[in-house]
Design a binder for this molecule. Structure first.
Ligand code: NDP
Ligand code: 5RP
Length: 457
């Protein structure tokens, strides 16, 4: 089987090596000739260069491919995807050919591109997760749609993807561009988990005066049980690293965090669809807030330590709170996927979605079994719920900021305690005559229920 790949950066180069290692013949192109040369030298070192043809332009790529062609794109999301698609169309791809956009594109672009290119070639979408390592040795692949051409590439992607308990982490999760929506939400959850781990670290470091290495040891211990996850493991590793002078690596790093768009789109889509994902939104805003500080990390540490109080923490309770907060990040993400699928009629299969997240991806975690068990799991986590409430209280009392922890406590409290929405309904009707719905289901106005002689002016 022969495929082509456009874009040989971090993801493209590693996926290319994975593809040829699995037995595919690859025609590869990058506008930067050094990227092609680098890939070729890696393929040579692995003894796989005979399966790789680096081309110097897209015309050459299209000429070399036997129709029907299968072309993967791993270029930065946005206009570049259209630029490459247009060039490929001009170079001679045709209706039987499939082009799969594997980058972190916005799903809305995927929908419009399907229409835009419908008479030129099959445009398909697939989100990939796992970073460089995942792409090289087995990523999670969240594909979608039913375009002609998938039947050619799907059996190969099943082999190229990571596998969990013998099942591939490649899946076509639903219709249209839902694969990119699922990857976007994957990243929204990724933001929340990363921020939550950072908050646990800061609570332990500044709230209990532990060194980064001591925090690393705690994370390591947590990782030994069911709490094991990729993001916790890399955080533990990062926190254990020191310079030759014994300075913690994290103290050399500035606090401003970048972002490429998927977290923001997750928050935007959740707000537009009316689906509450407060932990995911809080994580996006936490990144935005990091960019408002202009001081060096070490100075901020000194400042924060002066301005905050130490707290008494029970480590078992902290672990319980972290466990539940992590699970709730997935729960919110899955609720968003479910809501979007219903709104767009994508028929997203949540169990297939979870299957793609079991291995290879950045949010892989052993405790995903609990998430797969369904929505009722919160009821059986009384101890963790109590711990989340207590730890959040202590964390807030320290004076430090815990955007994801507090948003998550608010989320679970809102779902499990009496609501105050009745007063807000009444306020809306009072000033705007928007109507209220009573417990019996009747839609009316406040004035239908009580006499109001004169309203407050
Ligand atoms: N890095 C990651 O962890 C992950 C990234 N992704 C997504 O995968 C996609 C690729 O990411 P990544 O590999 O990190 O990005 P990189 O920037 O490392 O690589 C992109 C490559 O595409 C090349 N390129 C740009 N324009 C063209 C063009 N017109 N024709 C051919 N090649 C072109 C770039 O060349 P040049 O450098 O010269 O511009 C570069 O070599 C993105 O959409 C990203 O969001 C998805 C999952 C994980
Ligand atoms: O998709 C990814 C991981 O799953 C990419 O690494 C992505 O760039 C992460 O998002 P951001 O750059 O906004 O942190």
């Amino acid at each position: 089987m022969q495929v082509a790949l456009v874009g040989l950066g971090v993801m493209g180069k590693n996926l290319a090596l994975n593809l040829i290692e699995k037995g595919l013949t690859l025609v590869a192109y990058d506008k930067n000739p050094d990227a092609g040369a680098e890939l070729l030298s890696c393929a040579k070192a692995l003894g796989l260069a005979d399966r790789l043809h680096i081309v110097s332009d897209l015309n050459d790529m299209v000429r070399r491919l036997e129709p029907p062609r299968s072309i993967l794109l791993l270029v930065p999301a946005g206009e570049l995807v259209d630029k490459v698609c247009t060039e490929l169309a001009e170079a001679g791809v045709d209706c039987d050919d499939i082009i799969v956009d594997c980058g972190n594109s916005n799903y809305k672009d995927g929908i419009s591109r399907k229409l835009k290119y419908q008479n030129k070639f099959e445009f398909a979408t697939m989100g990939i997760s796992g970073g460089a390592e995942g792409a090289r040795h087995g990523p999670a692949m969240m594909a979608s749609g039913s375009e002609g051409g998938w039947e050619r590439v799907e059996p190969w992607f099943e082999k190229v993807a990571a596998s969990y308990k013998g099942e591939s982490c490649f899946a076509r999760v639903g219709q249209s561009a839902s694969g990119h929506f699922v990857k976007m939400v994957h990243n929204g959850i990724e933001y929340a988990l990363m921020q939550l781990i950072a908050e646990m670290y800061q609570l332990l470091r500044l709230g209990t005066n532990r060194s980064p290495k001591e925090v690393a040891d705690i994370f390591n211990e947590w990782s030994e049980g069911t709490l094991n996850s990729y993001l916790l493991s890399i955080s533990s590793h990062i926190l254990s690293l020191e310079t030759t002078e014994g300075e913690p690596l994290v103290d050399l790093i500035d606090n401003k965090v970048g972002a490429k768009g998927t977290g923001l789109w997750t928050a935007q889509n959740a707000l537009e669809l009316g689906i509450a994902v407060p932990s995911l939104v809080a994580a996006v805003q936490a990144r935005h807030l990091t960019n408002t500080c202009d001081t060096h990390a070490a100075k901020e540490m000194t400042y924060a330590a002066k301005a905050t109080d130490t707290v008494d923490l029970d480590l078992a309770e902290l672990k319980d709170a972290f466990t539940l907060a992590s699970l709730l990040a997935y729960r919110q993400g899955l609720a968003l996927i479910k809501g979007a699928s219903r709104a767009h009629q994508w028929k997203v299969d949540l169990s297939k979605t979870l299957q793609t997240w079991r291995a290879g991806c950045i949010i892989r975690a052993d405790y995903l079994d609990n998430v797969a068990e369904g929505v009722e799991f919160i009821d059986s986590m009384q101890r963790e719920s109590a711990a989340l409430r207590k730890v959040t209280g202590a964390a807030v009392a320290s004076g430090l900021a815990f955007p994801v922890l507090t948003a998550t406590q608010t989320y679970i409290a809102t779902l499990t305690t009496p609501s105050n929405g009745h007063l807000v309904q009444a306020q809306r009707d009072y000033f705007g005559e928007h109507g209220i719905k009573t417990h019996s289901g009747e839609i009316c106005h406040l004035t239908d229920l009580v006499e109001i002689d004169e309203k407050v002016r």
